[in-house]
Design a protein around this ligand. Structure first.
Ligand code: S3P
Length: 427
């Protein structure tokens, strides 16, 4: 796809539902007794993978893509049946890891597989703790990647000191902990997103969080709920950055989830000198939401490191674009997790931003960007990573000349209407 150049962005946009919360709504809805109604569900390919996996385990799930409403007819904590086929997770790491926590406790064996990107992503990080709880894994590939078999069974509660600040690892363990014979707790090196903990609470699960430790008590039964999914701050991030770096711009992004474990990008924008304001802040559905307004700003570089990294991990590609447009140097550290996302996001950002003339250097755990120079057009290889494609759609719209994005359609993973929403703001 060739990116159209834009010289101003104006207007309001409502981004689709939060990906993390949408996945969790399918999983907990499937394990609850009764009908869970989800509104604002993200119709991205990743979340559709979660739906189809649980349908394969006998759960009736009615998705209405016109209204983004999903009805999940849960059969209770022990209501899943053995899938007759491979559970195909597509491109979705969240489906793979969170569902594995549930599969670990089932009285059946299942096989999990996905696309070529999923087959490269590390699964040892969930296999280790879930094996400690009593599940058995058979890797059908090398290096503890998909495809793999999970032989579920009776689990014991554990305490796990996780080596990574990963909500997918934490959530897999907590989901397995619903079925264990005693309490299960996970301590992380830094706090990752807490959507599982919040949703456990609304489904009536006994869950406690103290600092970076979350502890779950095995559940008897979960009760069906109504879930309103807020807009995804990771999708809003493209418009936040676009509005700040495009001349003569003002954009309001409506109804965005601003959970404090996800709002690192807002802090970084402020630290870089952004004109960004929140309005209509509401906190009555378990997950806080707000409208976010951004205006063209003169930005300066900053250092991003430490505990804030898990709070903005998925936004780093577009933060790197923002840094390229900021004056001075931006240093991103402690973000080695970027190497094991849908693509190696350190390498892919360095290669593509360098191709546009940006002074950028990759490091072991991040990147250094010396910003402030005009970008020129280039051919961008998205590596079929949705967040890379969307980040360069913004950079390409501001570069001189035509920027072509290869594999641009991969935005379907998390934001199917991304290009038309962006286009609407250019008019
Ligand atoms: C997610 C957690 C993060 C994030 C991913 C979604 C989740 O992954 O990058 O897009 O929904 O729990 P990690 O837990 O691997 O950091």
């Amino acid at each position: 796809m060739i990116m159209k150049h834009f010289d101003k962005l104006q207007g309001e946009v409502t981004v689709p539902g939060d990906k993390s919360i949408s996945h969790r709504s399918i999983m907990l809805g499937s394990l609850a007794k009764g009908t869970t109604e989800v509104t604002g569900f993200l119709q991205g390919a990743d979340c559709l993978s979660s739906i189809s996996c649980f349908q394969k385990m006998g759960i009736e799930i009615n998705n209405n893509p016109e209204t983004n409403t999903v009805l999940i007819h849960g059969k209770g904590l022990r209501g899943l049946s053995a899938p007759s086929d491979i559970l195909d997770v597509g491109n979705s790491g969240t489906t793979t890891r969170l569902m594995s926590g549930i599969l670990a406790a089932q009285p059946f064996t299942s096989t999990v597989d996905g696309d070529s990107s999923i087959r490269k992503r590390p699964m040892g990080r969930i296999m280790t703790p879930l094996s400690m709880m009593g599940a058995k894994f058979e890797s059908l590939a090398t290096d503890k990647c998909a495809p793999f078999k999970i032989i579920g069974g009776n689990l014991q509660g554990i305490h796990y000191d996780s080596p990574v600040a990963s909500a997918q690892v934490k959530s897999a363990i907590l989901l397995a902990g619903l079925y264990a014979d005693g309490q299960t707790s996970v301590t992380e090196p830094a706090l990752s997103r807490n959507h599982t903990e919040l949703m456990f609470e609304s489904f009536g699960v006994d869950i406690k969080s103290v600092g970076t430790t979350a502890t779950v008590t095995p559940a008897k039964e979960l009760i069906a709920q109504k879930i309103e999914v807020p807009g995804d701050i990771s999708s809003a991030a493209y418009f936040i950055v676009a509005g700040l770096i495009t001349p003569n711009s003002e954009i309001t992004i409506k109804n965005v989830g601003i959970n404090p474990t996800r709002d690192g990008i807002l802090t970084v924008c402020k630290n870089m000198g952004a004109d960004i304001t929140l309005s209509n802040v509401k906190d009555d559905i378990g997950e806080p939401v707000a409208d976010i307004t951004v205006r063209t700003s003169s930005l300066h570089g900053c250092t991003i490191e430490g505990d804030i990294i898990p709070k903005l991990i998925d936004e780093i590609p577009v933060i790197a674009i923002m840094a390229a447009f900021a004056n001075g140097t931006t240093i991103i550290k402690d973000a080695q997790e970027l190497k094991v996302k849908e693509s190696n996001r350190i390498d892919v950002m360095v290669n593509n931003l360098s191709a546009m003339g940006v002074d950028i250097e990759g490091t072991e755990d991040g990147m250094v960007i010396r910003g402030g120079k005009a970008l020129h057009s280039a051919t961008i290889d998205s590596k079929l990573d949705h967040r890379i494609a969307m980040s360069f759609a913004i950079a390409g719209g501001l570069a001189d000349g035509d920027t072509e994005i290869l594999g641009a359609e991969c935005v379907n993973i998390s934001y199917p209407s991304f290009y038309s929403d962006l286009d609407m703001l250019t008019r």
